[in-house]
Design a protein around this ligand. Structure first.
Ligand SMILES: *[C@@H]1O[C@H](CO)[C@@H](O)[C@H](O)[C@H]1NC(C)=O
Ligand SMILES: *[C@@H]1O[C@H](CO)[C@@H](O)[C@H](O)[C@H]1NC(C)=O
Length: 293
């Protein structure tokens, strides 16, 4: 599939594209229909150090790769650039740096990912590294063929129009309010009430421990395509929660198994092995190349 797609990248320098033309342009470039949700999932926890390690050694803090703010307390849901993670560079391998970062922040609440135990968090961190590693392989091929000034790149980098920012915002909601798109009214009403009652000191931890829900790692492709019509992510969490809970139901978020035993690990093992469609790596490689060059 990948090589077929790569052929389309050649000779596509264009004369400026409008966003109406983008679906056709991206389709012709072999970009999948799941481009926006796939890329959003793949970049939500990306750091500048990871970008430098996997994609471009001299990437700067102005890298243009938007991410979900790891500080869940903040009103800023999405950061415009992948930030520095603060890896301990005394460690020599990427895996030890990743491990150390998770362990150092093990006891922080409202930070990173909600309702994951430490092994879940480690699994997530290493899973993301695997996604980036696979995409990096394709990045090297894409780099030889794609022109950063092409229409393809114009479409791919227009994150405000191509739904990447929308999906990142949706992810931020799923991380902060696990099960918010599950369609389970008992749960979503609880979020609404809690936020309205005490918006200032809303205790996410309380919800985490009472409801064993969390955002799902699964990326099977099903239930991922959302309709963001009428949803304005410039609004605050409180203003948006009801709409998200009612309009963006995808039954996702009700994963109750933690990576706490060999038996449960089998569930996670399947998830991280088959979580991403092959086309997702190509989509991500094209996105990263266009963004960083
Ligand atoms: C820190 O987090 C771990 C893992 O969630 C937990 O077992 C431990 O009790 C926490 N320790 C403190 C001091 O909160
Ligand atoms: C809805 O969520 C509540 C709270 O987590 C839970 O007790 C209940 O079993 C859920 N209902 C369904 C149908 O999943």
């Amino acid at each position: 599939m990948m090589f077929v797609a790569l052929v389309f990248l050649i000779g596509t320098v264009g004369a400026g594209s409008t966003s109406e033309e983008c679906p056709r342009i991206l389709d012709a470039a072999g970009i999948s229909k799941m481009f926006a949700p796939m890329v959003a999932h793949s970049i939500h926890s990306l750091t500048l150090e990871d970008i430098r390690y996997f994609f471009k050694e001299d990437a700067t803090e102005e890298n243009g790769v938007p991410t979900v703010n790891i500080d869940l307390m903040s009103d800023t849901r999405i950061l415009p650039n992948a930030p520095l993670a603060g890896y301990d560079e005394d460690f020599s391998t990427q895996s030890m740096k990743t491990f150390d970062l998770v362990m150092r922040n093990m006891n922080r609440t409202w930070w990173g990912i909600t309702n994951f135990n430490t092994l879940d968090k480690l699994t997530h961190a290493f899973h993301m590294a695997e996604v980036w590693d696979s995409a990096a392989e394709q990045y090297r091929l894409v780099k030889r063929l794609l022109d950063p000034e092409s229409d393809i790149c114009g479409c791919v980098t227009n994150v405000a129009e191509n739904d990447i920012l929308n999906y990142l915002n949706l992810m931020a909601f799923k991380i902060k309010y696990p099960g918010i798109t599950s369609g389970n009214k008992t749960l979503t009403d609880h979020y609404l009430e809690s936020r309205e009652r005490r918006s200032a000191d809303f205790d996410l931890y309380d919800i985490e421990s009472r409801y064993h829900m969390r955002y799902a790692l699964t990326l099977s492709g099903e239930g991922l395509q959302a309709d963001f019509d009428g949803i304005d992510f410039d609004l605050s969490d409180i203003e948006l929660l009801k709409d998200i809970a009612e309009k963006l139901v995808d039954d996702e978020g009700v994963v109750t198994v933690h990576a706490d035993s060999a038996e449960h690990w089998e569930v996670w093992r399947k998830m991280v092995k088959h979580g991403m469609e092959e086309s997702g790596y190509y989509d991500l490689a094209v996105f990263m190349f266009c963004m960083l060059n």
